[in-house]
Design a protein around this ligand. Sequence first.
Ligand SMILES: [Ca+2]
Ligand SMILES: [Ca+2]
Length: 567
Amino acid sequence: MTKYPGPALTRTNILLTVLFTVLLLIVWPVKAQADDYIVVYRSHLQKQNMLNRPTFPVSRSFTIIPAVTAQLDANQVKQLRANPDVEYVEPDYKIYALGGPDSNAYSSSGINALSSSQTIPYGITMVNAPAVWPRTMGAGVRVALMDTGISMYHPDRGNVVDSVSFVTGEAVEDFAGHGTHTSGTIAAADNDIGVVGVAPQADLLIAKVLDNTGSGQDSWLISGIEWAVNNNAKVISMSIGGYNYSAALDTACSNALATGTLLVAAAGNDNVSTPSYPAALSSVISVSAIDQNKNKASFSNYGSTIAIAAPGVSVDSTVPISTDTSAVADAVWSSTSHQSNLVTGTAPGSVTGQICNCGLADGSDQDNTCPDNVAGNIAHIRRGITTFAAKVAHAQSKGAIGAIISNNAHGNFNGTLGDGTPLVVVSISKADGDALQTLAQSGISGTVSVDGALYAYYSGTSMACPHVAGVAALIFSAAHYNITPSEVSNILFDSAQDLGSPGRDDIFGHGLADAYAALTLEKINILTAFADNWLQPCSSPGWCDGMDTNQSGSVDFVDFAALAQNW
Ligand SMILES: [Ca+2]
Ligand SMILES: [Ca+2]
């Protein structure tokens, strides 16, 4: 065997190699690539032990599962996987909103302006919600929405009892549109405008777990589920999905179900049988989409995990005005319109009042503070120094109802608030601002308006999911005892309108969700339970906990009378 001698390792060669390597590191510093991971410990105690002496920077910590999230490089992942305290480490997968505007979403004139009447979208009727509204509109039931947030100052917004953003650097305010749309299908207000949701009196818990582009990560969703459970959500609606299975998300959903929360998710929009998560998890009700004719939506996923179907094609619901690119902003004074742009995050509508100079509205001195008479009037704010959000918040704190932000450089501009505002806010050019500044000194009134679509047609299994979440809320609300999530899902499935091949199938699951049939079945169930348990002792916690109204230890005629009163 011939050995080929390699180059001699002379001192000069070694030195050159070292120098070259150092040079390489200086010119191209090689940083180990770090990605987002979920690190799941064997117990909460073991997780806490690590947090007491962290060996890596933790970005999120959970209570619903013994886990944290962190940015880790391959070497750190390897070390953690070898750590006996760690059960597993998995990538923090991306998840996405599963619906969006139709091609003509905003073009229909009927939904653009606020009219003096309310229309019931076809899907609300198709799930038979109006038929049960005389009995319940979902009052007293908390439905948590895992989505892109909500347009907080939408005039047809449902009853939001609490909200939080789990998206770093983004407020709850929905600049995507998706979350406002799904929230409207669940609980848009029953009033004389726009649309109405399946359960318009339900209490909404808004968790922003998708950013303003509609994407998120499993860990953000887990944070949202944890928050929903801690805030006594009865239903969690997830119009979200991705094709990567996460054991951490699986455990979080199972734990949420075990604490009494029903979970519903969109099946996915790729017309495939591939399981999408969280929908395909065993603890989650997976919803496929149908159209106005109760046919499968062309895009809807299908397969063995589909549990139920609901309308998801061209669904009319609420959207933030700033998602309408043809929305029109206007600022009028001296009987003249001045070229204006809406400031993203503005409330829709039109306000009229005195225009008051607020300078930079940063509160730094008298010239840059809104005067007291701005209350109930319009603030004129100059651009510069601080954020539009801070300026508008200052004007709001002084009671302004609208704001005009004028440029500090030539021409017009587009601005964005970090959060939503109840004020109508537009921007104007520097030239118009300079003129307005002078006019406002001697007193002038004007009108600020933002007009555009507050409703739009969206399609996706994302639109089907909140129909089912709403029907579940109606069942919880109407139930005559402490009903459990598994009892609610059984009622949902057993009362669904069978579609397609007889019985459960892989396209429609158990069929179309039907609120009227569900509440009828709930009544039959309760009567059956009364008959089966009449005068029997309530030995263990169960259904008669909520039915034994006189706490006699069994269900009797007193309890039946109480039931009949609320029938
Ligand atoms: Ca309405
Ligand atoms: Ca069927």
